[in-house]
Design a protein. Structure first.
Length: 456
């Protein structure tokens, strides 16, 4: 261990109480992004982050306006020739209701046992603070071994509506080798985790129509094709008997899971038994040839999200409905494109829809999947840092959902993101009694200190 690393780690250990006190100040702001009444708190929080960045010697620190809540920016580029990390975070939080279910004031951080309870303690003021504290430990005992840029936004909890434009307008400012996004958690307190892939999305609405109005089933039953049945047949045909998706060409651009990835995924604590326990289904289901954990992150899916047709009120109404509609979304993996899936869905309908009905397919937009190469030096730097702290290598995980900002970084800046974080599955994110496990958080700070040095 170098002297500089040792000094920074020693500083972090000596200042554990100060770091926690500092986080308590941070979470005391009610920076709820969803409603206008918290605008003042949002401003105060953004200013607090900016002041903290300045105190750490960051340059160009600014609270920058967007169409919505401001972005806080700051950078330090005093390590020429070394990598530049763009650290992403958000300072906004979810609403706190129902308030009566909280055991303590959500904006007055309260320590109970090893957990600090407050809104934002885990998602993600605690994670932003961990990054700031790691930087503090390094700059108070020497200089940063890498270049850093901070982008801390205030609209993540409402879907980052202003961020894509802001990123596009500031692409020069944001130039970096990669983005560190600590808004993803760990799979358990003994399982440091790196999330390297997220799925994309393509969403559709399919309407099947037949007669110009609902028909009497006694008069016309047997002579016209019922749109609800026709839609049901079309939907049923979208998977084959092995639960592969039957849209023509659907798998052509799907990047296969490598043997190495499958080995990593097999180590995740997500078994069929876990799925059964979480969902209450009698048996698991899915694409033949893949495990549940592979199906949920590494393979594309097609889901019917809702169906609407005919009479669904109390009692009976003997009709043939005029139309039937289904909402459909596909989760996509690299290298699928949402527009391609739209074309595949259209071709499927052209080939399979009977002449007895009409159909209309609308696309509601989509996003591409994102993935980071796990052999990139920054992933190795983070993995090694985690192994030094926890004594065990991290789990490598693909997330089944999407994180809009990761897609924005990829499409707008061509930048890969590495997702991590030190929150735990039982942190009650977005719910009453959100908490953060303090010993894990301190380990997280140590991990980040080591990460910066490994990278430099
Ligand atoms: Zn978050």
């Amino acid at each position: 261990m170098t002297e500089r690393l040792a000094a920074a780690l020693e500083y972090a250990r000596r200042h554990e109480a100060d770091f926690l006190k500092n986080l308590q100040d941070f979470v005391a702001f009610g920076s709820i992004s969803t409603s206008d009444e918290h605008r003042e708190e949002i401003e105060k929080t953004a200013n607090w982050v900016a002041r903290r960045l300045e105190a750490l010697g960051m340059q160009k620190v600014a609270v920058m306006p967007t169409a919505g809540h401001p972005v806080v920016y700051g950078e330090w580029l005093g390590a020429p020739g070394k990598p530049t990390v763009l650290i992403y975070g958000h300072y906004d939080v979810q609403p706190v209701d129902p308030l009566d279910l909280w055991h303590s004031d959500p904006f007055e951080a309260t320590l109970r046992g090893e957990n600090l309870h407050a809104r934002g303690a885990s998602d993600m003021k605690g994670q932003v603070a961990a990054c700031l504290n790691a930087v503090e430990a390094i700059v108070r005992t020497g200089t940063l071994p890498v270049n850093v840029k901070f982008l801390i936004e205030g609209e993540e909890e409402i879907g980052s509506p202003s961020l894509a434009d802001w990123i596009a307008q500031n692409s020069e400012l944001l130039k970096a080798d990669f983005c560190l996004n600590p808004d993803a958690g760990m799979l358990g307190k003994d399982h440091p985790t790196i999330t390297y892939g997220l799925r994309g999305l393509a969403s559709f609405e399919l309407t099947v129509s037949g007669p110009s109005h609902d028909l009497h089933s006694g008069v016309f039953g047997g002579t016209v094709h019922n749109p609800a049945k026709a839609l049901a047949d079309l939907l049923a045909g979208m998977h084959d008997e092995n639960n592969h998706i039957a849209l023509p060409g659907f798998y052509d651009s799907v990047r296969p899971l490598s043997g190495e990835e499958r080995a990593h995924l097999a180590k995740l604590p997500v078994s069929d038994a876990f799925v059964l326990a979480q969902t209450g289904v009698p048996q698991v289901w899915g694409e033949a040839g893949y495990t549940s954990v592979e199906r949920a992150g590494g393979r594309p899916t097609l889901e019917i999200n809702g169906m609407l047709s005919g009479f669904t009120g109390q009692g009976q109404k003997t009709i043939i409905p005029a139309w039937a509609m289904a909402k459909i979304t596909c989760r996509l993996v690299p290298d699928q494109k949402p527009e391609e899936v739209y074309e595949q869905m259209k071709r499927y309908l052209e080939e399979r829809a009977p002449k007895t009905i009409c159909w209309d397919l609308k696309m509601y937009g989509g996003s591409e999947a994102s993935i980071s190469d796990i052999h990139k030096p920054w992933v190795t730097a983070l993995a090694n840092a985690m192994e030094s702290v926890w004594g065990t290598p991290p789990l490598f995980k693909r997330e089944g959902g999407s994180v809009p900002v990761v897609g924005m970084m990829q499409s707008s800046l061509g930048m890969e993101s590495v997702l991590t974080g030190f929150g735990l599955p039982d942190d009650n994110l977005h719910a009453p009694n959100e908490k953060m496990h303090v010993p894990t958080w301190h380990r997280g700070i140590e991990t980040l200190v080591r990460f910066f040095f490994n990278l430099g």
